[in-house]
Design a protein around this ligand. Structure first.
Ligand SMILES: N[C@@H](CCC(=O)N[C@@H](CS)C(=O)NCC(=O)O)C(=O)O
Length: 211
């Protein structure tokens, strides 16, 4: 019997995107939920041993190697299970924009949380920290507006082609700036979130991330 994948996760964080990708791919995965942001706690210390960034998702491959970075995990699952629709195939017309926006989400948008969530990590100065938080929050809003304006977003980010981008949107719209902001400025993204949450195969994932 082969060891399954093991996903170190926290509820409603980026690990939920990967958990959803596993569910759609039909690849067995054990999900180990740890409390989020528990600096110094036993779970967090274990996480740091596996991933010095201390971030979820952190994935243990069946052969024991560690994989970090949600986009790497999603692309790996798309390779294993192309039928799951996580990524348009290499020759699909939607492929270039899928790659573009996947990298945009993880390399441009996600870091606004990395640097804004806990400004004390980056500066001891409280005023500077407040400024960092406000600046990264404002930058994120402009990035979401750009993302929503540049993509079809109906019914999915890439139009008729579902992809893992929709999983990112469905989870990330639950984070700052929150539902009311998205309803006012990017309602199409909220609609994508509702469509993703209604997917039958993802019900267990949503249930697993309930508080
Ligand atoms: N680039 C990483 C970002 C992961 C990430 O930032 N995860 C958040 C939770 S949503 C986290 O663990 N943050 C804690 C920290 O950065 O210290 C990815 O795409 O997987």
């Amino acid at each position: 019997m082969t060891t399954p994948y093991r996903l170190i996760a926290s509820k409603w964080t980026g690990s939920m995107i990967v958990e959803a990708a596993f569910a759609l791919a039909g690849v067995p995965c054990e999900v180990e939920m740890i409390p989020y942001g528990g600096a110094g706690g036993p779970d967090h210390r274990t996480l740091l041993l596996l991933n010095p960034l201390g971030q979820v998702p952190t994935l243990i491959l069946p052969d024991g190697r560690v994989m970090t970075e949600s986009a790497a995990m999603v692309l790996h699952l798309a390779d294993l299970a192309p039928q799951a629709g996580l990524a348009p195939a290499a020759d699909h017309p939607a492929r270039p924009m899928f790659l573009r926006w996947l990298v945009f989400l993880v390399a441009a948008l996600y870091p606004t949380f990395t640097y804004g969530d806990d400004p004390k990590k980056w500066t001891p100065d409280e005023a500077a920290g407040n400024h960092l938080r406000a600046a990264t929050d404002a930058h994120r809003e402009s990035l979401w507006r750009y993302f929503a304006a540049e993509n079809s977003c109906a019914p999915w980010v890439l139009g008729e082609t579902f992809s893992a981008l929709d999983l990112y949107v469905a989870v990330m719209i639950a984070w700052r700036p929150g539902g009311a902001w998205f309803a006012e400025h990017c309602p199409a993204l909220l609609d994508i979130g509702k469509r993703v949450a209604a997917l039958e195969k993802l019900r267990p994932v949503w249930a697993n991330n309930e508080d």
